[in-house]
Ligand binder design. Structure first.
Ligand code: NDP
Ligand code: OXD
Length: 309
């Protein structure tokens, strides 16, 4: 018997158990903490791992993340030959694309300013350039960065993207690597972060980054709180180098009560809801990958552990 162990939400587990029984009966679906015969467990699907779980699974081959990110896992504590696969499924991609389009348009049209003015009881406005003149830059041209750019394309902004290796995307001015970062930032009036959190990208949204962007630029962080140096954002908003930010992620989550991001007039904050794994579509992405395992073909979303994403 081969089994997959699910570790997480009970409602999702109940639905996935039914789908597995119908579509993949050859793989038994088990729910932590009920491991059954631990030797049978070849696959694990989880967001975070309970302490000591891995030590009790001697034949584990693949860890599937329930989300797109894998930075919640401490690679140093995982067996070196354990394969890690992140979630790529239309629920996450579509909701992220919606959110980024919403956030970029909100910043383009000065929504944080208008909300603050409304709260202050003032009736004031600012000039807005046409969307076709607005220069938007997306950091990270992976699954989600590309979907975000596709969602922005109908709004006719001038689009650019930045990635580690060179990419070509129709209608997008693509920059790559360390050498491409400064020219990419220098033209980005609205910057969207959709990078994975790795040793190379932690704190990439910092004072130097902001200073390289056009004065009064705006920021959307939908990746991870660890990308942002919070004090540098507050400083840049305070001195006018940045004019507004929309943040879906923070460090820690949730932010402690009284944190300045909750009340800052130039910050809109949402509680990590930009890209949402959809239970019904994610199970099909998982089953598709298990079929690939059985067929011996490459998996969708397998992480390169040396690269960190
Ligand atoms: P991918 O792995 O598909 O894409 C990552 C992109 O980032 C690639 O283009 C990669 O470059 C680029 N990149 C990585 N490291 C660097 C670097 N050092 N310099 C420049 N570019 C780099 O990831 P996804 O698009 O699927 O997801 C991105 C992140 O979004 C996730 O890791 C997660 O943190 C976050 N997320 C947030 C959610 C939310 O609700 N807020 C929901 C889901 C995900 P290259 O193309 O050369 O490999
Ligand atoms: C994810 C997330 O990584 O929700 O999927 O952040």
């Amino acid at each position: 018997m081969i089994s997959i162990l699910h570790c997480g939400d009970d409602a999702r587990a109940a639905l996935w158990r039914e789908v597995f029984a119908r579509e993949m009966p050859q793989v038994e679906f088990r729910c932590w903490p009920d491991l059954g015969r631990a030797e049978d467990v070849r696959f694990l699907v989880a967001w975070t791992l309970p302490d000591d779980l891995l030590a009790s699974l001697p034949n584990l081959e693949i860890l599937f993340s329930i989300g797109a990110g894998i930075d919640q896992l401490d690679f140093d504590r995982l067996p070196p030959d354990l394969r890690i696969v992140r979630m790529i499924e239309p629920g996450i991609t579509d909701t992220m694309a919606d959110y980024v389009a919403m956030a970029v348009l909100a910043l383009h049209r000065d929504l944080p300013f208008h909300i603050a003015e409304q709260r202050a009881g003032r009736w004031s406005w600012r000039d807005v350039p046409p969307a076709r003149e607005r220069r938007v830059g997306v950091m990270g041209l992976g699954e989600l960065g590309r979907a975000a750019l596709a969602a922005l394309a109908p709004h006719a902004c001038q689009l650019a993207g930045w990635s580690r290796s060179p990419r070509t995307i129709d209608g997008v001015d693509c920059f790559a690597g360390d050498a491409g970062l400064a020219p990419f930032l220098a033209r980005s009036e609205i910057l969207v972060c959709l990078l994975p959190l790795t040793g190379d990208t932690r704190h990439i949204l910092n004072r130097v980054t902001f200073a390289t962007m056009p004065r009064g630029a705006r920021l959307v962080n939908v990746a991870r709180g660890g990308h942002l140096v919070q004090g540098d954002l507050l400083e840049a908003l305070g001195n006018g180098q940045l004019s507004a930010a929309i943040l879906d992620v923070a460090d820690p989550e949730p932010l402690p009560a009284g944190h300045p991001f909750f009340t800052h007039p130039a910050i809109l904050l949402t509680p990590h809801v930009a890209g949402i794994t959809r239970t019904d579509s994610a199970v099909h992405a998982l089953i598709d990958n298990l079929r690939r395992v059985i067929a011996g073909t490459s998996l969708v979303g397998e992480v390169d552990r040396r690269r960190g994403y």
